[in-house]
Ligand binder design. Sequence first.
Ligand SMILES: [Fe+2]
Length: 408
Amino acid sequence: MSDEYSFKTMPSPSPNAYPSRIAVIGDLGLTSNSSTTIDHVIKNDPALVLMVGDLTYANQYLTTGGQGASCFSCSFPNAPIRETYQPRWDGWGRFMEPLTSRVPMMVIEGNHEIEPQVNGITFQSYLTRFAVPSEESRSNSSFYYSFNAGGAHFIMLGAYVDYNITGTQYSWLVDDLHRVNRSLTPWVVAAWHPPWYNSYNSHYQEFECMRQEMEALLYQYKVDIVFNGHVHAYERMNRVYNYTLDPCGPVYITVGDGGNIEKVDVDFADDPGKCPKPDDNKPEFGGLCHLNFTSGPAKGKFCWSKQPEWSAYRESSFGHGILEVVNSTYALWTWHRNQDAYKEDKPGDQIFIVRQPELCSPTTKETSNPPQGARASDPASPSSTVILSSKTMWLMSLLVALFGIVVR
Ligand SMILES: [Fe+2]
């Protein structure tokens, strides 16, 4: 009944084989900005697409008349429930077809996929429209699962289902992390929708409860990179654990800036007068676990008065990211702003992420939960995120391409 399409499957697990380019997109929606993002993604020719939640915004299309609102509950306080408008989902599917008809796309749910209906029914569009390898990854839930793409193991987590230590998602995550063979898949990349580390005013510390439940486990198993969305802007963190700079923590990157109808977030929590009240950012699932920092420049306070040291780069533009894993040590991360699609391709942010697990032996790093907000006594530990000049990166890429060497 339809045209025939084909796609290339991922390389088998191996430390020497990776998808050429992995596109990471969050909070996409269906607007002119979404169009620019997807045009730009197609131009970058990814082998795999990672969607970190909030796909269509179909849940607020009818109420808003398709115009969007930066604060839905403020603009429409009497809207009884957020609808689930299926023609909008269909339109989004057609919009994505030029990409998804030939490139595998892996999704995880965001808050806009909850779509609460009568009788407590939720997530029906997400569950019905996407197939994810839940059985294959032994989770038996479409809300969290894992998969391999060459030498990278991806873990997709659910922030809107039980994430507590006593729950089934947590026990599955323990099992999944335990089964990862790092000699076959050296890279472990996790993704879920709302970020734990976020210095924007919007959604500030919203999912602090989830961080307090799960962060120690990801740290224990040396997860390399975490991708999130939800906040409609870009932010890349320095390697961090428990709000403390730590060379053994993951690199957290927020790309919730795909182009939705709720506009970009522009205010930082450290801007004068912009620190949210502790109960301003109520999560759509889970409780409030806000913390005041226990040491450092923000000691005793809920917000910093300047860009926190764990926040490396932040900018309010729409865009998407491309991850290019070179080998078991190096991966190049590039954030492409939408405005860069119209001129010489000058990325908004670009770094090599470097795996140095030898710096983080289990004997030197305890995995138990230290006090929340505690600061390391020596934050000047060797950093494993390297920022290089574009000329140096070009030279390294050329060397790797020509000789397949491992650059150290
Ligand atoms: Fe969201």
